[in-house]
Design a protein around this ligand. Sequence first.
Ligand SMILES: [Zn+2]
Length: 325
Amino acid sequence: MDGSFLQKFEFYGWAASEKEATIKADKAADVIKSTISRFLPSFSFIHEVNKGKIAAFRGVSETGKGAFYSSGGFMCSGCKSFFAPDSVYQSTEPPVNEAEPEEPLTDIYTPGAHTIPLLCEQLGLDNKDTLKAMLYTIEVPDGGKELLFAMIRGDRNISIKKLSAFVESKFSGASFRRAEPDEIVGSFGEVAGFCGPVGVPGNVNMVADASLKNGKNFVVGGNRPDYHRKGCCWKRDFEPPVADLLLYEESLPCPECGGVLKETELRDLCHIECYYLNSNTQEEPVLSCRDREGLHLWPYRWKGSISLESVLLAVFEKGKIDNLK
Ligand SMILES: [Zn+2]
């Protein structure tokens, strides 16, 4: 047994369908959880949003700042669940202003209010009633460019990792960056600081974080300098494709129980992921087969790894804490 084996234990599996791959990965995650949590009761899995992955889980336990294999995350003060800045957010919180009647969509003059704080100050609004708009340029592999209008509730921020997973799902192999002013003017017109989701030109791609879905009476950019629109309602006025784009931050409500998230340090112990191998995946080209009709088939694949060193460190750390009690 050499050192490298001691550091990491890896395992793989193949499956014919997405369903089978996720079931097998879930089973592996259950076995790992029941084993490790005997020694580390706080062990749990975080669901990750990853480029090209069907599902990915990160097994973590709580630790102190500066510990090996650790990075910043969040713990719910209520149910004690862990979250990472870019992990999956499946919220049960009600849509913004759900109980209010739909107001008419009206233009309002908001001179100089090109940021959310300035807008809220000018109109006496709560951040959540506004819409944060970000414009990105997607550079597709054939050299073409596309403009992407990404939006989220005004009191939240976009996770670049999640946005990257969305871009990859729509434009395979593309990269993206913040749009330059001349690119915005070229596709959208003179809207910098005042862009909104109503009346967006057809050549602009759109995506909204799930936090906006079914919300009512948002104040949004008016798509012309110094103007906003109020009374903007989901479905009636805008309904772009929805994705989970939310970046976890301190004091956000916990998606499991509604408790408040507090910053913590998480130690990585293991990782499990499922993904689909296809002709675009350059990795492992030998792993394909043909069916009875001779059609080329690519398998689904799942793999996992446990960092034994990290598990030992976490168990040792817990022992030290228990001895102090
Ligand atoms: Zn919670």
